[in-house]
Write a new protein. Sequence first.
Length: 175
Amino acid sequence: METTVQGYTALTYSTGMEFRERIYPSLGVTFALLALVLATSFAIWAALETIIAIAFALVATVLASIWWVGAIHKIEFDGDWLRVNHARIEVKHLFNPVFLDGQQWRQRLGADFDPALFHAHRFWMRSGVEVSLRDERDPHRGWLIGSREGRRLVSALVEALGTASREGKARGLDD
């Protein structure tokens, strides 16, 4: 399913405990990047030669494209592992997922900023999920994940955490 809200597109997929989301840079960010490349190329053209400006424009366009692709925010949860961009963690190390929207999200990134959390979000995101960790060896106390479909991610995590808890008790394991 593809949804577009407030200028950015998210592809989401969710069945049961599975969840997938890709959030692309907003149109505003994309146009600002394009304007920066064009303005800088024009300034170089005005000061130097046309061939230098064309070479700069090509190199800058390639670098901007690489940045744009790298700025795509990817979240995947398959019931056992939570993957956000290049980071991943097993569900057994997670607890207490909380959806943060609007004012709560701004507060968490502003006055209540916690550098001990693993931050996996982009500056254009307006909502997300905070998940606490129970792994004592991990240097982070939790993850702060930017997501447009945070409620569905929290639901999938809660369902998986409940399943993991029941399976652990069935095998005689205590968390």
